[in-house]
Design a protein around this ligand. Structure first.
Ligand code: ARG
Ligand code: ZN
Length: 477
């Protein structure tokens, strides 16, 4: 978890500095435009993302050289301005060498993770703004403004990127916030013999590039939050198979120790079967391809629900033949991926739901009921006062991935299910997905939907389980 606190402060100072430069001609002159680097307005991470435009699609072209760790990129950002502005910003943490807007060179500069650029000719709102950025650097050496480890990590023969809540800016210029979703196409040129895996379908690859290099082209057709885009490069064994949910493409990096590799394959290979169970609960699988990637990356500590193809850190399989992490990341395809948080304070919609999905999966596959697991989890944490201090409905930026968001978040869903009854609860989950597929939602939106469908009030349950920084007095079930 990275904190943007310090950046938040500097963004405020930057705002103040720009403000002084404005000429005020008359009391009724129009509001000055927001400075381009002011962020998209997420209270948890004020500098995250940018306003003034919507991205519709990213076309990312990369060339990666494993021995040096150098990444060179040219990315086309197709956007629609929503405000008339002289300057726009994208998130990018690698040095840029050229920016064009609608094929014209644009002035640009970079400051604390922002690429600020000024189109030579203003782009009116509603007209396409095609921004092409050429850039390059060594992403594994670029820290954020607090000095945290970069989300781009090198492996023995390649690299992998999977970061949340931020990550995109280490490999492509992005409006790096889940509220601006867009399609993503990734083309990666790597030394011949290496594989490059990304989201969506494989359009081509390996296809010849310049001598000694080859190219892989991937495209994800559904809009995606930027942190859900990924690329993994290295010597991988790629496994493919047709399924009712589209092509299954899984990749296991050479070099995984044999025991981890065996356990990881056995778990990830259950992806189609698990997607079958989950679609029976949540409604049709929302994308057109499935799979998973297991890099041999010790720095990749956890797993991430990268869209259509989760990335699983090898440590996730140390505990043996347990599919919980696979169920969790696949459940995110419904909760987090096709329906994304509007603000990071809505993280319960991701982690509470994916955690509860594991309980539902166990309930449906011969294990204990979700109610039994929920009550047991309540008792397991009974005396842990720190645990109950974190309210999953608004955990704060430093506790975004606190275990309370996951397990108390799942208990909250059990409590809501108890209140509204099974019919309304499961109809609610499916309606949430069908109504918001490809879009975003807030915690308040979800609670309102449950009330609408059940005709029952849930605000007291929400207060007790999601917002109060104390242990609820009775178990959830
Ligand atoms: N969304 C990931 C999951 O499926 C969690 C990522 C945790 N990230 C972190 N920086 N701790 O659980
Ligand atoms: Zn999760």
């Amino acid at each position: 978890m990275r904190s943007w606190r310090w950046m938040g402060l500097s963004a405020v100072l930057l705002v103040a500095g720009v403000g002084i430069g404005y000429q005020w001609h008359a009391a009724d002159s129009p509001e000055p435009p927001m400075p381009a680097a002011a962020g998209i307005g997420d209270p948890y991470f004020p500098p995250a993302g940018n306003s003034g435009y919507d991205v519709t699609g990213y076309e990312i072209q990369l060339r990666y050289d494993p021995p040096t760790g150098r990444l060179d990129g040219r990315t086309t950002v197709n956007a629609l301005p929503t405000e008339n502005r002289a300057e726009f910003a994208l998130d990018l943490r690698l040095p840029a060498t050229q920016v064009t807007v609608n094929n014209q060179l644009a002035r640009f500069h970079q400051d604390r993770g922002k690429l600020l650029f000024s189109p030579t000719r203003p782009v009116p709102t509603g007209r396409p703004m095609v921004v092409q950025v050429t850039y390059g650097g060594v992403p594994s050496e670029v820290r954020d403004d607090l000095g945290h480890d970069p989300p781009w990590t090198r492996t023995v023969d390649g690299a992998v990127i999977a970061g949340e809540p931020e990550g995109a800016a280490w490999w492509f210029p992005a409006n790096d916030h889940p509220s601006d979703k867009a399609t993503v196409a990734v083309t990666v040129t790597v030394p011949a013999g290496l594989q490059a895996i990304s989201n969506g379908k494989l359009l081509a690859g390996p296809e010849p590039a310049e001598p000694g290099w080859q190219r892989w082209r991937w495209r994800a057709s559904a809009p995606m939050a930027t942190y859900l885009a990924f690329v993994a490069i290295g010597h991988y064994d790629i496994v493919t198979r047709d399924t009712p949910y589209g092509p299954y493409i899984a990749a296991f990096q050479d070099g995984l120790d044999p025991l981890t590799a065996t356990v990881a394959r056995a778990a990830v290979e259950q992806t189609p079967q698990i997607v079958g169970v989950l679609s029976g609960i949540f409604g049709p699988y929302p994308f057109d391809t499935i799979g998973g990637v297991v890099p041999d990356a010790c720095a990749q500590q956890s797993a991430l629900e990268t869209q259509t193809r989760p990335v699983y850190g090898p440590q996730m399989f140390r505990a043996g033949a347990d599919v919980s992490v696979v169920v969790h990341e696949l459940a995110h395809q419904w909760f987090g991926d096709t329906v994304s948080v509007h603000r990071w304070s809505d993280i319960w919609l991701n982690e509470g739901f994916a955690s509860y999905a594991v309980w539902l999966y166990r309930e449906r596959t011969g294990g204990p009921s979700a109610k039994q697991i929920a009550d047991q989890t309540y008792l397991c944490n009974f005396a842990n006062t720190d645990f109950w201090r974190v309210p999953p409905g608004d955990p704060g930026p430093d506790e975004l991935f606190n275990s309370a968001v996951y397990s108390r978040g799942a208990m909250a869903l059990e409590a809501l299910r108890t209140r509204v009854g099974d019919d309304a609860f499961f109809t609610g989950l499916r309606t949430w997905v069908t109504e918001r597929q490809g879009h975003n939602g807030t915690v308040a939106d979800f609670l309102a939907l449950l009330e609408r469908i059940s005709g029952k009030k849930v605000d007291d349950v929400a207060q007790t389980w999601l917002f109060a920084p104390v242990r609820p007095s009775t178990p959830p079930g």
